[in-house]
Design a protein around this ligand. Structure first.
Ligand code: NAD
Ligand code: TDX
Length: 335
């Protein structure tokens, strides 16, 4: 099987590439990634010489670049490539529409033209909007995105759905809750707090810190996508989540305790505009129909994650200094 993974140099994509090469040593993987600020080939150092792995630098919104990859003969597409940070989408929405909507459409067209056995769109619970104090997102919850990021992801999802209904493309859409684990870019809450706390910097908490996110260890997200590729019923949406709802304040205090740092570092700042109050996923469908079960408990997963960031300080320090671009140029030429 030949898989095209887009966005495989980002946080979840790189974990997924490594996971699939380990779980399915016979599969070939082509990783197409534009290497935006969030793409980091250092994440993939452990597998860069694997003969079943190739990297292509390219933009999913560029028809010619996408076409060149499909000419290699692709069986399955897993689309992780996206602009993924809500705060950046508030400052600069255009690039989100370009990659998350137009980029998805370009990929869909190529998948339709060349024919694939599966197109998996990796999406997010944020397309459902915000929950009140009770209830969970199911696959039939209406889409009600509140940020330019989630609106652009919802736009991509709707195109994926339409290519199934109109052209019979064999698709699945997965909607996962907040991921955490190794290689997450230090703009996102958990790595941001760890890296700033280690430097005794103020820890910015938006609003009252009581917004709730539903956390899933990244490897458990990868195992769910693996199942969907193989057993997902064409046209279906699968929600992925581990029933781990926590307030942001709880997350930050857990990290501080683990690092032995004082809570006085916590600094309440102006709330994110349109800040969703609560996310919570009902994973009953993927559990029942595909037999998926997460392996990692939040309490141990967060400890392992903190330990990973402690052991890989050079990884995030280089990102924060921008020096990892030198590695890219050294490895793949100056482009
Ligand atoms: P990330 O920002 O860490 O990585 C995104 C990757 O996509 C980067 O390597 C970047 O270079 C690449 N990319 C961006 N624009 C591109 C383009 N036009 N063409 C090709 N490559 C491009 O993101 P992530 O956190 O790993 O998220 C991956 C996917 O999972 C996204 O689609 C996101 O919406 C979804 N998702 C993320 C989470 C989460 O908690 N991080 C949860 C649910 C769903
Ligand atoms: O400095 C901060 N202070 C703060 O209070 C940051 C960066 C975040 N927060 C809050 C906002 C959210 O309530 O923490 C929570 C998590 O924020 P992010 O890490 O930015 O994640 P979120 O907005 O929930 O979106 C993430 O999960 C769903 C990913 O970035 C998305 O790509 C994914 O779709």
């Amino acid at each position: 099987m030949k898989l095209m993974v887009t966005g495989g140099a980002g946080f979840i994509g790189s974990n997924f590439v490594m996971y699939m090469l380990k779980e399915h040593p016979g599969y070939e993987i082509v990783n197409m990634d534009a290497l935006t600020y969030a793409g980091n080939l250092e994440n993939l150092k452990s597998i860069e010489n694997n003969p079943n792995y190739t990297f292509v630098q390219g933009d999913i919104a560029d028809m010619e670049e996408v076409d060149r990859v499909f000419q290699q003969g692709i069986d399955v597409v897993v689309n992780f490539a996206a602009e993924s940070h809500v705060d950046r989408s508030i400052l600069e929405p255009e690039i989100f529409v370009n990659t998350n909507v137009l980029g998805t459409q370009v990929l869909l067209d190529a998948a339709k033209q060349y024919g694939v056995t599966k197109f998996v769109q990796v999406s997010t619970d944020e397309v459902y909007g915000s929950l009140g104090e009770t209830g969970l997102f199911t696959e039939t919850t209406p889409l009600a995105p509140n940020s330019p990021y989630s609106a652009s992801k919802a736009g991509g999802d709707l195109l994926v759905r339409a290519y199934h209904e109109t052209f019979g493309l064999p698709i699945n859409i997965t909607r996962c809750s907040n991921n955490y684990g190794p290689f997450q870019f230090p703009e996102k809450l958990i790595p941001l707090i760890i890296s700033r706390a280690l430097k005794d910097e103020a820890l910015p908490i938006y609003g009252d810190g009581l917004n709730i996110r539903d956390w899933l260890y990244v490897e458990d997200h990868c195992s769910a996508i693996d199942l969907v590729i193989h057993d997902g019923v064409n046209g279906e949406v699968y929600n992925i989540g581990g029933n781990n709802e926590r307030t942001n304040l709880h997350i930050v205090k857990t990290i501080l305790q683990e690092l032995g740092k004082p809570e006085s570092l916590i600094t309440y700042v102006t709330d994110r505009p349109g800040h969703d109050r609560r996310y919570g996923i009902d994973p009953a469908k993927i559990t029942r129909e595909l037999g998926w079960k997460p392996k990692h408990h939040f309490e141990t997963g967060i400890q392992e994650t903190i330990q990973w960031y402690l052991n890989h300080q050079e990884w995030w320090t280089r990102i924060q200094s921008g020096a990892y671009r030198e590695y890219v140029n050294k490895q793949y030429g100056d482009r």
